[in-house]
Design a protein around this ligand. Structure first.
Ligand code: TRP
Length: 382
């Protein structure tokens, strides 16, 4: 391809037309489009699901995780299996290990290599196939990170201050780094460097995708009028239930309440034996009234591919002890092949490094082409 042509967008624009949004004047926060309502996002996701089934090759997905520790069953049922589903349908899935997003919250960088390779092992164990998807890290893709500069010019400080993640961080104790403040812009570079048009998210993350949509639109309006260079990506809402940890709070790597994919069967049994329940003997599925018991019912339901109501019915008057036995058995059974695969790949760190090196190489090639296109559109080719 000659250096002075804009590379073809690898993924065509989203087949389902997005709702018409009037162009926002650059840096006029009052004109920025509002985050769509949850109902609108759900409708849109249903349309997208239909479009994916009809023509998966038109979609490129960008998704990722911070390498902060081993992934757990909340990740498996919440996001990993959905990525595998999209991969198996024939969607081009890019999986980012967001190591530059751990700089701010990491005391000791020494554990980073092990955490990164652990994530690769978790991905492969869940069923991501390195021949059909791309696993890569921020820090190795220089041209991706270079997109951050032009993107920073497209948003105002006031807009960033209103981003929910940034707001949460600002409300937390301690000073916020400038890097943390600009995470939403970095995330736009993550998504747009590969012209991804689909970003699977939970509903709490819709504003992140909206920030990327704003940046894509503004770049197109300013530098590529009439011939959009970046796709305006869509959020694909997940249907997955949020799992609670064994203490009844949100399952989280940092709270010591999670069942890791790599945990052994005995450890799983021990964690579930210690899980919080309540005093009522008959098991039912009532997430609002009985969050802890319902969470265990939900885990068994996901593993057994049954509805939570069916599982609750099955345990009935057996009480918490019978429920815990069922959950332990179902979970260990469901995770057995995942764990076997994890043990196999984790025993071969050289293979994990090769998978990552191949993914980084592919991502870098894509990022190089995008940066060349951006330079040309911005008239910074000399
Ligand atoms: N912020 C995400 C997390 O906390 C990781 C991430 C970084 C990401 N860049 C992204 C996710 C782009 C989706 C799209 O896990």
């Amino acid at each position: 391809m000659p250096a002075n042509t804009v590379p073809a967008t690898p993924v065509p624009a989203t087949p389902v037309p997005a709702a018409a949004v009037p162009p926002a004047p650059l840096l006029d926060p009052a004109a920025a489009p509002a985050v769509p309502s949850l109902a609108a996002a759900q409708r849109r996701s249903a349309e997208l699901e239909a479009a994916i089934q009809a023509d998966p090759a038109r979609f490129r997905v960008l998704t990722g995780d911070r390498p902060t520790g081993p992934l757990h069953i909340g990740h498996l049922f919440g996001t990993l299996l959905n990525r595998v589903r999209l991969q198996d349908l024939g969607v081009d899935v890019m999986v980012l290990i967001a190591d530059y997003q751990t700089i701010t919250d990491r005391d000791s960088p020494q554990t980073l290599p092990a955490d990164v390779l652990g994530l690769v092992a978790d991905y492969l164990a869940a069923g991501l196939d390195p021949d059909r998807c791309t696993i890569f890290t921020h820090s190795q893709i220089a041209p991706l990170n270079q997109l951050m500069l032009p993107f920073l010019s497209l948003v105002s400080v006031a807009e960033l201050s209103r981003n929910p993640t940034v707001k949460d961080e600002a409300a937390a104790a301690g000073p916020m780094s400038a890097l943390m403040f600009t995470y939403p812009v970095h995330q736009a570079a993550d998504i747009l460097f590969c012209h991804a048009n689909l970003v699977p998210v939970g509903k709490d993350q819709l504003p992140h995708v909206e920030g990327t949509r704003v940046i894509a639109r503004r770049f197109n309006e300013r530098y590529a009028p009439g011939r959009p260079y970046f796709p305006v990506p869509d959020a694909l809402l997940s249907h997955a239930p949020l799992l609670l940890g064994v203490d009844g709070r949100k399952m989280s790597k940092s709270r010591d309440n999670a069942i890791a994919l790599g945990a052994g069967e005995d450890e799983t049994a021990r964690l579930i034996r210690g899980a919080r329940t309540d005093a009522e003997r008959t098991i039912s599925y009532q997430p609002e009234q009985r969050p802890e018991v319902s969470n265990l019912v939900q885990i068994a339901a996901l593993c057994l591919d049954q509805s939570p109501a069916e599982v609750a019915e099955r345990v009935g008057g057996g009480g918490a002890a019978a429920l815990k036995r069922l959950v332990t058995e179902a979970l260990n059974e469901r995770l057995r092949p995942v764990r076997a695969r994890r043990r196999e790949v984790a025993a071969d760190p050289e293979y994990l490094r090769q998978v990552l090196a191949a993914g980084n190489g592919r991502a870098e090639g894509i990022a190089d082409r995008t940066l060349a296109g951006v330079r040309r559109l911005m008239h910074t080719v000399y």
